[in-house]
Each structure stands twice: as C-alpha cells, then as structure tokens.
Design a protein around this ligand. Sequence first.
Ligand SMILES: [Zn+2]
Length: 199
Amino acid sequence: MRHWASFASSCLSIMPAIASSKSYRVGRSKTGLGLFATMPIKKGTRIIRYYGPILDSRIPAHDAIENKYLFELNNRWTIDGSVRKNLARYINHSCRPNAESDVRPRERKVFIRAIKNIEPGDEINYDYGTDYFKAYLKPIGCKCPSCEAKRKKQRAEARAERAKVKARTERKAKAGTKGAKKKKLNGHAFSKANGRARA
Ligand SMILES: [Zn+2]
C-alpha cells in the first residue's frame, strides 16, 4: 500500500459535486481533508469503494505511474485511486480506526467497511498498514486522533512531573526561608527578653 494521507488543496474544487444522499462527505480534517459520516453507519457496513483504474505492474507504462493514491492489491495489480470519482482517497489513516480496507485481489476491488458503529460527524478512517506506517508516518509522527491523544497524555504527564518537582523544590526553599525567619525571630525575642531582663 502506497497511498498518502495528505491531499492537494485543488481537491476542494470538487466538493460541491458530492451527492448529499451519501452516508459521507468530504470535509476539513486536522491533517487536511477527510471523509466524514453524514448519517449513522452500522458496524460491518460497506461505506465506499476505493475506486480507480487497475494498473498491471507487468506493463511498463503502468508501472511507471506514481501518485499518492496507489493502492496495491498484490504484486501485480494496483488501483490508481487518484481519479476524481474516488472519494475514498480522502479517507485518512488512523492507528485506532473505525473502518478497514476489504481488499479483494481476485475481483480487483477494495471496499472500505465500518468495523465500529460510526456516528454522523465522525471522521471515517482505516489503518493504512505497517509498511505505510513505517515508511511515511513514523518518521514524521502519526497525526491520527489516537496518536495525538497519546502524545497529549504524555505531555500532560510530563507537565505533572515538572509541577511535582517544582512544588518539591519550592517546599524545600520555603522550609529554608522559614528556618531563616525563625532564627531572626528568636534573635529578636532573645534581645527583647534580654532588654526586659535588664530593665
Ligand atoms: Zn496514529
């Protein structure tokens, strides 16, 4: 699998052409554009076909085609998903997805199928696979909601740890100041008592 999660801004121009009767729409995602549910989608439902011309790697002209939306079915067959009609190309990767790619090499078809109940407004995503992740996402840091949440949690934990250290340091510093104050007070009290004693 070789297709990418980022999209050209020129894709926006096709947005008005999308039928409203579909269970999805193209919309703004954190990482660019994405595909969003417009109605409840039940787990197991076929949402959309990953559509495009079939490329045969044995044909040099086909093999030379390179774009962000190539979906490898097997060693020989690849779907060129860069065509405008293929709205499935907007679906972003997630490490904890709500859909999966149902790859059928014999039929030379790929369907995106819900693996969870999806609510209207939810972004639809699937796992692009280990090879893709290692090659493209790991080096730059995966921006999927699951990884973002993980990073957010790690940042919060680091913040909490820093706060703890700071509080400890401040407590120690305060204890030091208190000690200094006490000495002064003692000195004062001592001198007063001394004064009284002298009077
Ligand atoms: Zn991720």
